[in-house]
Design a binder for this molecule. Structure first.
Ligand code: FAD
Length: 392
Protein backbone atom coordinates (compact mmCIF):
# COMPACT_ATOMS: atom_id res chain seq x y z
CA UNK A 1 0.00 0.00 0.00
CA UNK A 2 1.19 3.52 -0.79
CA UNK A 3 2.19 6.03 1.93
CA UNK A 4 -0.80 7.57 3.70
CA UNK A 5 -1.00 11.15 2.38
CA UNK A 6 -4.51 11.79 3.75
CA UNK A 7 -5.66 15.38 4.06
CA UNK A 8 -9.07 15.79 5.65
CA UNK A 9 -11.62 17.78 3.65
CA UNK A 10 -13.34 20.57 5.61
CA UNK A 11 -15.22 22.48 2.91
CA UNK A 12 -17.50 24.44 5.25
CA UNK A 13 -14.81 25.19 7.86
CA UNK A 14 -16.50 22.93 10.37
CA UNK A 15 -13.38 22.90 12.50
CA UNK A 16 -14.72 26.24 13.78
CA UNK A 17 -17.53 24.31 15.47
CA UNK A 18 -15.07 22.18 17.43
CA UNK A 19 -13.37 23.09 20.71
CA UNK A 20 -9.59 22.94 21.04
CA UNK A 21 -10.03 19.73 23.05
CA UNK A 22 -12.10 18.17 20.24
CA UNK A 23 -9.41 19.05 17.72
CA UNK A 24 -6.65 17.67 19.91
CA UNK A 25 -8.51 14.38 20.39
CA UNK A 26 -9.26 14.14 16.67
CA UNK A 27 -5.71 14.99 15.63
CA UNK A 28 -4.24 12.47 18.07
CA UNK A 29 -6.46 9.72 16.66
CA UNK A 30 -5.64 10.86 13.10
CA UNK A 31 -1.90 10.73 13.71
CA UNK A 32 -2.19 7.30 15.34
CA UNK A 33 -4.14 5.90 12.38
CA UNK A 34 -1.55 7.27 9.96
CA UNK A 35 1.35 5.81 11.92
CA UNK A 36 -0.07 2.49 13.15
CA UNK A 37 -3.04 1.48 11.00
CA UNK A 38 -2.34 2.62 7.43
CA UNK A 39 1.03 0.84 7.02
CA UNK A 40 -0.31 -2.59 8.02
CA UNK A 41 -4.04 -2.67 7.35
CA UNK A 42 -4.00 -3.79 3.74
CA UNK A 43 -1.87 -6.79 4.59
CA UNK A 44 -4.10 -7.84 7.51
CA UNK A 45 -7.26 -7.36 5.43
CA UNK A 46 -5.82 -9.46 2.60
CA UNK A 47 -4.97 -12.20 5.11
CA UNK A 48 -8.37 -11.84 6.83
CA UNK A 49 -6.81 -11.25 10.21
CA UNK A 50 -7.56 -8.75 12.96
CA UNK A 51 -4.35 -6.87 13.90
CA UNK A 52 -4.33 -7.50 17.64
CA UNK A 53 -1.22 -5.40 18.13
CA UNK A 54 -3.45 -2.31 17.63
CA UNK A 55 -5.40 -2.96 20.85
CA UNK A 56 -3.18 -0.96 23.29
CA UNK A 57 -3.03 1.98 20.87
CA UNK A 58 -6.80 1.94 20.40
CA UNK A 59 -7.15 2.17 24.18
CA UNK A 60 -4.69 5.08 24.32
CA UNK A 61 -6.50 7.24 21.77
CA UNK A 62 -9.80 6.72 23.63
CA UNK A 63 -11.13 4.05 21.29
CA UNK A 64 -12.47 1.93 24.17
CA UNK A 65 -15.24 3.68 26.09
CA UNK A 66 -14.51 7.32 25.18
CA UNK A 67 -17.62 8.58 27.00
CA UNK A 68 -17.50 6.12 29.92
CA UNK A 69 -16.71 8.02 33.17
CA UNK A 70 -13.05 8.09 34.21
CA UNK A 71 -13.87 6.39 37.55
CA UNK A 72 -14.48 3.22 35.49
CA UNK A 73 -11.38 3.67 33.33
CA UNK A 74 -13.15 5.42 30.43
CA UNK A 75 -12.01 8.71 28.91
CA UNK A 76 -15.00 10.73 30.20
CA UNK A 77 -15.34 12.56 26.87
CA UNK A 78 -18.41 14.08 25.23
CA UNK A 79 -20.31 12.70 22.25
CA UNK A 80 -18.62 14.90 19.65
CA UNK A 81 -15.23 13.59 20.82
CA UNK A 82 -16.53 10.02 20.63
CA UNK A 83 -17.74 10.66 17.08
CA UNK A 84 -14.47 12.23 15.97
CA UNK A 85 -12.51 9.23 17.28
CA UNK A 86 -14.80 6.86 15.34
CA UNK A 87 -14.41 8.99 12.21
CA UNK A 88 -10.63 8.79 12.37
CA UNK A 89 -10.48 5.07 13.12
CA UNK A 90 -12.83 4.25 10.24
CA UNK A 91 -10.80 6.51 7.97
CA UNK A 92 -8.22 3.79 8.53
CA UNK A 93 -10.55 0.78 8.33
CA UNK A 94 -14.17 -0.04 9.18
CA UNK A 95 -13.09 -3.34 10.74
CA UNK A 96 -10.89 -1.63 13.31
CA UNK A 97 -13.69 0.84 14.04
CA UNK A 98 -16.04 -2.12 14.46
CA UNK A 99 -13.88 -3.50 17.25
CA UNK A 100 -13.83 -0.11 18.89
CA UNK A 101 -17.61 0.38 18.51
CA UNK A 102 -18.46 -3.06 19.86
CA UNK A 103 -16.15 -2.68 22.84
CA UNK A 104 -17.39 0.84 23.66
CA UNK A 105 -21.08 0.88 22.84
CA UNK A 106 -22.15 -2.73 22.88
CA UNK A 107 -20.10 -4.08 25.78
CA UNK A 108 -18.97 -1.20 28.04
CA UNK A 109 -22.18 0.81 27.56
CA UNK A 110 -24.59 -1.94 28.75
CA UNK A 111 -22.34 -2.84 31.69
CA UNK A 112 -22.17 0.85 32.64
CA UNK A 113 -25.87 1.61 32.11
CA UNK A 114 -27.59 -1.68 32.99
CA UNK A 115 -25.01 -3.30 35.29
CA UNK A 116 -24.50 -2.95 39.04
CA UNK A 117 -21.49 -1.34 40.70
CA UNK A 118 -19.73 -4.66 41.23
CA UNK A 119 -20.03 -5.52 37.52
CA UNK A 120 -18.84 -2.05 36.51
CA UNK A 121 -15.74 -2.26 38.70
CA UNK A 122 -15.00 -5.82 37.64
CA UNK A 123 -15.17 -5.34 33.87
CA UNK A 124 -15.03 -1.71 32.75
CA UNK A 125 -11.43 -0.80 33.69
CA UNK A 126 -10.10 -3.92 31.95
CA UNK A 127 -12.22 -3.25 28.86
CA UNK A 128 -11.00 0.37 28.77
CA UNK A 129 -7.34 -0.70 28.59
CA UNK A 130 -8.04 -3.53 26.16
CA UNK A 131 -6.92 -6.16 28.67
CA UNK A 132 -10.38 -7.64 28.05
CA UNK A 133 -12.01 -7.62 24.62
CA UNK A 134 -15.76 -7.99 24.50
CA UNK A 135 -18.43 -8.92 21.99
CA UNK A 136 -22.20 -8.42 21.75
CA UNK A 137 -24.54 -11.27 20.97
CA UNK A 138 -27.94 -10.18 19.67
CA UNK A 139 -28.33 -11.54 16.11
CA UNK A 140 -29.31 -15.18 15.64
CA UNK A 141 -29.36 -17.40 12.54
CA UNK A 142 -33.13 -16.91 12.16
CA UNK A 143 -33.51 -13.49 13.79
CA UNK A 144 -31.54 -10.60 12.31
CA UNK A 145 -33.68 -7.52 11.65
CA UNK A 146 -36.22 -8.90 14.09
CA UNK A 147 -34.15 -9.65 17.21
CA UNK A 148 -37.26 -9.66 19.41
CA UNK A 149 -38.01 -13.14 18.03
CA UNK A 150 -34.77 -14.55 19.48
CA UNK A 151 -34.70 -18.15 20.67
CA UNK A 152 -31.64 -18.02 22.96
CA UNK A 153 -32.93 -18.55 26.48
CA UNK A 154 -31.97 -19.10 30.09
CA UNK A 155 -33.58 -20.93 32.98
CA UNK A 156 -33.28 -20.16 36.67
CA UNK A 157 -31.66 -23.21 38.27
CA UNK A 158 -31.62 -21.78 41.81
CA UNK A 159 -27.93 -21.01 42.26
CA UNK A 160 -27.17 -20.24 38.56
CA UNK A 161 -28.78 -19.71 35.16
CA UNK A 162 -28.64 -22.31 32.39
CA UNK A 163 -28.10 -20.69 28.99
CA UNK A 164 -28.90 -22.32 25.63
CA UNK A 165 -28.99 -21.06 22.05
CA UNK A 166 -26.78 -19.60 19.33
CA UNK A 167 -25.80 -16.18 18.03
CA UNK A 168 -24.43 -15.44 14.57
CA UNK A 169 -22.40 -12.69 12.88
CA UNK A 170 -20.77 -11.58 16.11
CA UNK A 171 -17.86 -9.14 15.74
CA UNK A 172 -14.82 -9.95 17.93
CA UNK A 173 -16.39 -13.31 18.90
CA UNK A 174 -13.43 -15.55 17.99
CA UNK A 175 -11.08 -13.94 20.51
CA UNK A 176 -13.37 -12.05 22.92
CA UNK A 177 -12.81 -12.57 26.64
CA UNK A 178 -16.43 -11.77 27.49
CA UNK A 179 -19.74 -11.61 25.64
CA UNK A 180 -22.77 -9.51 26.50
CA UNK A 181 -25.50 -11.90 25.42
CA UNK A 182 -29.19 -11.15 25.02
CA UNK A 183 -31.49 -14.03 25.94
CA UNK A 184 -35.06 -14.67 27.08
CA UNK A 185 -35.98 -15.86 30.56
CA UNK A 186 -38.77 -18.38 31.21
CA UNK A 187 -41.37 -15.60 30.92
CA UNK A 188 -39.99 -14.58 27.52
CA UNK A 189 -38.44 -11.33 28.78
CA UNK A 190 -35.09 -10.30 27.23
CA UNK A 191 -32.14 -9.81 29.61
CA UNK A 192 -28.42 -9.20 29.18
CA UNK A 193 -25.97 -11.75 30.60
CA UNK A 194 -22.18 -11.53 30.78
CA UNK A 195 -20.74 -14.80 29.52
CA UNK A 196 -17.01 -15.38 30.00
CA UNK A 197 -14.65 -17.36 27.81
CA UNK A 198 -13.87 -20.65 29.49
CA UNK A 199 -17.40 -21.27 30.79
CA UNK A 200 -18.24 -24.89 30.01
CA UNK A 201 -20.47 -25.32 26.94
CA UNK A 202 -19.57 -21.88 25.49
CA UNK A 203 -17.80 -21.90 22.09
CA UNK A 204 -17.06 -19.19 19.50
CA UNK A 205 -16.35 -20.65 16.03
CA UNK A 206 -15.00 -18.15 13.49
CA UNK A 207 -16.92 -17.19 10.32
CA UNK A 208 -14.59 -17.54 7.33
CA UNK A 209 -14.57 -16.41 3.68
CA UNK A 210 -15.95 -12.89 4.18
CA UNK A 211 -15.30 -10.44 1.34
CA UNK A 212 -16.00 -7.56 3.71
CA UNK A 213 -14.57 -6.41 7.06
CA UNK A 214 -11.73 -8.84 6.51
CA UNK A 215 -9.57 -7.20 9.18
CA UNK A 216 -12.35 -7.78 11.74
CA UNK A 217 -12.91 -11.21 13.29
CA UNK A 218 -16.52 -12.41 13.07
CA UNK A 219 -17.95 -15.56 14.61
CA UNK A 220 -20.76 -17.42 16.28
CA UNK A 221 -21.56 -17.76 19.96
CA UNK A 222 -22.86 -21.20 20.88
CA UNK A 223 -24.35 -21.92 24.29
CA UNK A 224 -24.84 -25.56 25.16
CA UNK A 225 -26.14 -25.73 28.74
CA UNK A 226 -23.80 -22.96 29.89
CA UNK A 227 -23.96 -22.37 33.65
CA UNK A 228 -23.92 -18.59 34.08
CA UNK A 229 -23.49 -17.24 37.65
CA UNK A 230 -26.45 -15.20 38.82
CA UNK A 231 -24.06 -12.29 39.47
CA UNK A 232 -23.58 -12.02 35.67
CA UNK A 233 -27.14 -10.89 34.86
CA UNK A 234 -27.34 -7.15 34.07
CA UNK A 235 -29.98 -6.14 36.62
CA UNK A 236 -30.96 -2.59 35.72
CA UNK A 237 -32.77 -2.92 32.39
CA UNK A 238 -34.62 -5.67 30.53
CA UNK A 239 -36.77 -5.98 27.40
CA UNK A 240 -35.81 -5.26 23.78
CA UNK A 241 -35.20 -1.61 24.69
CA UNK A 242 -32.04 -2.66 26.53
CA UNK A 243 -30.08 -3.93 23.50
CA UNK A 244 -31.65 -1.21 21.34
CA UNK A 245 -30.25 1.43 23.73
CA UNK A 246 -26.76 0.04 23.08
CA UNK A 247 -27.40 0.08 19.34
CA UNK A 248 -28.31 3.79 19.48
CA UNK A 249 -24.87 4.54 20.85
CA UNK A 250 -23.09 2.31 18.33
CA UNK A 251 -25.11 3.59 15.36
CA UNK A 252 -24.26 7.15 16.31
CA UNK A 253 -20.57 6.22 16.20
CA UNK A 254 -21.05 4.51 12.83
CA UNK A 255 -22.62 7.68 11.40
CA UNK A 256 -19.34 9.46 12.17
CA UNK A 257 -17.20 6.51 11.12
CA UNK A 258 -18.73 6.34 7.66
CA UNK A 259 -17.69 9.95 7.09
CA UNK A 260 -14.11 8.88 7.78
CA UNK A 261 -14.25 6.17 5.11
CA UNK A 262 -15.86 8.60 2.65
CA UNK A 263 -13.24 11.28 3.33
CA UNK A 264 -10.45 8.81 2.68
CA UNK A 265 -11.97 7.70 -0.66
CA UNK A 266 -12.60 11.30 -1.75
CA UNK A 267 -9.12 12.45 -0.77
CA UNK A 268 -7.50 9.53 -2.61
CA UNK A 269 -9.57 10.11 -5.76
CA UNK A 270 -8.92 13.86 -5.69
CA UNK A 271 -5.16 13.37 -5.47
CA UNK A 272 -5.20 10.70 -8.17
CA UNK A 273 -7.28 12.90 -10.48
CA UNK A 274 -4.61 15.61 -10.37
CA UNK A 275 -1.76 13.19 -11.07
CA UNK A 276 -3.21 10.78 -13.60
CA UNK A 277 -2.70 12.06 -17.16
CA UNK A 278 -4.87 10.77 -20.01
CA UNK A 279 -5.32 12.48 -23.38
CA UNK A 280 -2.47 14.85 -22.38
CA UNK A 281 -4.21 16.32 -19.34
CA UNK A 282 -5.03 15.32 -15.75
CA UNK A 283 -8.27 13.36 -15.54
CA UNK A 284 -9.29 15.91 -12.85
CA UNK A 285 -9.46 18.53 -15.60
CA UNK A 286 -12.35 16.69 -17.27
CA UNK A 287 -15.95 17.61 -16.53
CA UNK A 288 -17.06 14.04 -15.83
CA UNK A 289 -14.45 13.48 -13.11
CA UNK A 290 -15.10 16.93 -11.64
CA UNK A 291 -18.80 16.08 -11.40
CA UNK A 292 -17.94 13.03 -9.31
CA UNK A 293 -15.60 14.99 -7.03
CA UNK A 294 -18.00 17.92 -6.65
CA UNK A 295 -20.83 15.60 -5.68
CA UNK A 296 -18.59 13.73 -3.25
CA UNK A 297 -17.51 16.83 -1.36
CA UNK A 298 -21.09 18.11 -1.30
CA UNK A 299 -22.36 14.87 0.24
CA UNK A 300 -19.48 14.67 2.72
CA UNK A 301 -20.16 18.24 3.84
CA UNK A 302 -23.89 17.54 4.30
CA UNK A 303 -23.11 14.41 6.31
CA UNK A 304 -20.59 16.30 8.46
CA UNK A 305 -23.22 18.91 9.32
CA UNK A 306 -25.95 16.34 10.03
CA UNK A 307 -23.67 14.35 12.28
CA UNK A 308 -22.19 17.29 14.14
CA UNK A 309 -25.73 18.49 14.95
CA UNK A 310 -26.67 14.98 16.10
CA UNK A 311 -23.65 15.02 18.41
CA UNK A 312 -24.77 18.31 19.94
CA UNK A 313 -28.26 16.87 20.47
CA UNK A 314 -26.79 13.77 22.10
CA UNK A 315 -24.64 15.87 24.40
CA UNK A 316 -27.82 17.74 25.39
CA UNK A 317 -29.68 14.43 25.89
CA UNK A 318 -32.16 15.36 23.15
CA UNK A 319 -31.26 13.03 20.24
CA UNK A 320 -33.93 10.48 19.35
CA UNK A 321 -33.35 6.93 18.10
CA UNK A 322 -35.02 7.91 14.83
CA UNK A 323 -32.59 10.81 14.34
CA UNK A 324 -29.71 8.39 14.87
CA UNK A 325 -31.25 6.00 12.31
CA UNK A 326 -31.42 8.81 9.76
CA UNK A 327 -27.75 9.69 10.22
CA UNK A 328 -26.54 6.08 10.16
CA UNK A 329 -28.52 5.31 7.02
CA UNK A 330 -27.63 8.50 5.18
CA UNK A 331 -23.94 8.49 5.99
CA UNK A 332 -23.23 4.85 5.24
CA UNK A 333 -25.08 5.03 1.90
CA UNK A 334 -23.22 8.27 1.14
CA UNK A 335 -19.87 6.62 1.92
CA UNK A 336 -20.69 3.57 -0.17
CA UNK A 337 -21.68 5.72 -3.17
CA UNK A 338 -18.48 7.73 -2.82
CA UNK A 339 -16.35 4.59 -2.51
CA UNK A 340 -17.91 3.19 -5.72
CA UNK A 341 -17.34 6.42 -7.68
CA UNK A 342 -13.84 6.88 -6.28
CA UNK A 343 -13.01 3.31 -7.24
CA UNK A 344 -13.99 4.04 -10.83
CA UNK A 345 -11.95 7.23 -10.88
CA UNK A 346 -8.81 5.22 -10.22
CA UNK A 347 -9.52 2.94 -13.18
CA UNK A 348 -7.71 -0.39 -12.92
CA UNK A 349 -5.60 0.84 -10.00
CA UNK A 350 -8.81 1.22 -8.03
CA UNK A 351 -9.22 -2.51 -7.64
CA UNK A 352 -5.76 -3.07 -6.17
CA UNK A 353 -4.57 -3.01 -2.58
CA UNK A 354 -2.19 -0.20 -3.51
CA UNK A 355 -5.04 2.14 -2.58
CA UNK A 356 -7.54 1.95 0.27
CA UNK A 357 -10.71 2.51 -1.78
CA UNK A 358 -11.72 -1.05 -2.70
CA UNK A 359 -11.17 -2.17 0.91
CA UNK A 360 -13.41 0.68 2.16
CA UNK A 361 -16.02 -0.20 -0.46
CA UNK A 362 -16.15 -3.85 0.56
CA UNK A 363 -16.16 -2.97 4.26
CA UNK A 364 -19.07 -0.59 3.79
CA UNK A 365 -21.17 -3.43 2.37
CA UNK A 366 -21.21 -4.82 5.93
CA UNK A 367 -21.63 -1.44 7.57
CA UNK A 368 -24.74 -0.76 5.45
CA UNK A 369 -26.19 -4.06 6.74
CA UNK A 370 -25.17 -4.36 10.38
CA UNK A 371 -26.61 -2.34 13.25
CA UNK A 372 -29.88 -2.14 11.36
CA UNK A 373 -29.97 -2.49 7.59
CA UNK A 374 -30.39 0.43 5.20
CA UNK A 375 -34.02 -0.55 4.65
CA UNK A 376 -34.82 -1.06 8.32
CA UNK A 377 -33.55 2.45 9.14
CA UNK A 378 -35.78 3.82 6.39
CA UNK A 379 -38.74 2.04 8.01
CA UNK A 380 -37.78 3.62 11.35
CA UNK A 381 -37.86 7.09 9.76
CA UNK A 382 -41.14 6.21 8.04
CA UNK A 383 -42.66 5.10 11.33
CA UNK A 384 -41.37 8.22 13.07
CA UNK A 385 -42.96 10.64 10.63
CA UNK A 386 -46.24 8.77 10.04
CA UNK A 387 -46.80 6.98 13.33
CA UNK A 388 -47.41 3.70 11.46
CA UNK A 389 -44.94 0.81 11.93
CA UNK A 390 -44.55 -0.90 8.55
CA UNK A 391 -42.28 -3.73 9.72
CA UNK A 392 -45.00 -6.40 9.75
C1 FAD B 1 -19.70 -8.38 9.42
C2 FAD B 1 -20.89 -8.34 10.32
C3 FAD B 1 -20.71 -8.12 11.68
C4 FAD B 1 -21.81 -8.13 12.56
N1 FAD B 1 -21.62 -7.96 13.92
C5 FAD B 1 -22.65 -8.18 14.77
C6 FAD B 1 -22.45 -8.17 16.20
O1 FAD B 1 -21.33 -7.91 16.67
N2 FAD B 1 -23.49 -8.49 17.00
C7 FAD B 1 -24.73 -8.78 16.52
O2 FAD B 1 -25.62 -9.07 17.32
N3 FAD B 1 -24.97 -8.77 15.17
C8 FAD B 1 -23.96 -8.49 14.31
N4 FAD B 1 -24.18 -8.49 12.94
C9 FAD B 1 -25.50 -8.87 12.44
C10 FAD B 1 -26.26 -7.74 11.76
O3 FAD B 1 -26.70 -6.82 12.70
C11 FAD B 1 -27.38 -8.38 10.92
O4 FAD B 1 -26.76 -9.00 9.81
C12 FAD B 1 -28.42 -7.38 10.51
O5 FAD B 1 -29.18 -6.94 11.59
C13 FAD B 1 -29.38 -7.95 9.44
O6 FAD B 1 -29.86 -9.18 9.81
P1 FAD B 1 -29.81 -10.40 8.77
O7 FAD B 1 -28.43 -10.50 8.23
O8 FAD B 1 -30.37 -11.60 9.46
O9 FAD B 1 -30.75 -9.96 7.59
P2 FAD B 1 -32.35 -10.09 7.52
O10 FAD B 1 -32.96 -9.53 8.77
O11 FAD B 1 -32.70 -11.48 7.15
O12 FAD B 1 -32.70 -9.12 6.32
C14 FAD B 1 -32.53 -9.50 4.95
C15 FAD B 1 -33.07 -8.37 4.09
O13 FAD B 1 -34.47 -8.19 4.33
C16 FAD B 1 -34.75 -6.85 4.69
N5 FAD B 1 -35.86 -6.82 5.64
C17 FAD B 1 -35.93 -7.44 6.83
N6 FAD B 1 -37.10 -7.18 7.42
C18 FAD B 1 -37.78 -6.34 6.60
C19 FAD B 1 -39.05 -5.69 6.67
N7 FAD B 1 -39.87 -5.82 7.72
N8 FAD B 1 -39.42 -4.92 5.64
C20 FAD B 1 -38.62 -4.74 4.56
N9 FAD B 1 -37.41 -5.34 4.44
C21 FAD B 1 -37.00 -6.12 5.46
C22 FAD B 1 -33.45 -6.31 5.27
O14 FAD B 1 -33.38 -4.90 5.16
C23 FAD B 1 -32.41 -7.02 4.40
O15 FAD B 1 -32.22 -6.30 3.22
C24 FAD B 1 -23.11 -8.39 12.03
C25 FAD B 1 -23.27 -8.57 10.66
C26 FAD B 1 -22.19 -8.55 9.81
C27 FAD B 1 -22.42 -8.77 8.34
Amino acid sequence: MRPDLFQAPDYYLLDDLLSNEHKLIRDTARAWVKKEVSPIIEDFAQRAEFPKQLIPGLAEIGGFGPYIPTEYGGAGLDQISYGLIMQEIERGDSGIRSTSSVQSSLVMYPIWKYGNEEQRMKYLPKLATGEYIGCFGLTEPDHGSNPGGMLTNFKDMGDHYLLNGAKMWISNAPFADIAVVWAKNEEGRIHGLIVERGMEGFTTPETHNKWSLRASATGELIFDNVKVPKANLLPNKSGLGAPLGCLDSARYGIAWGAIGAAMDCYDTALRYSKERIQFDKPIGATQLQQKKLAEMITEITKAQLLTWRLGVLRDEGRATSAQISMAKRNNVAMALDIARDARQMLGGMGITGEYSIMRHMMNLESVVTYEGTHDIHLLITGMDVTGFPAFK
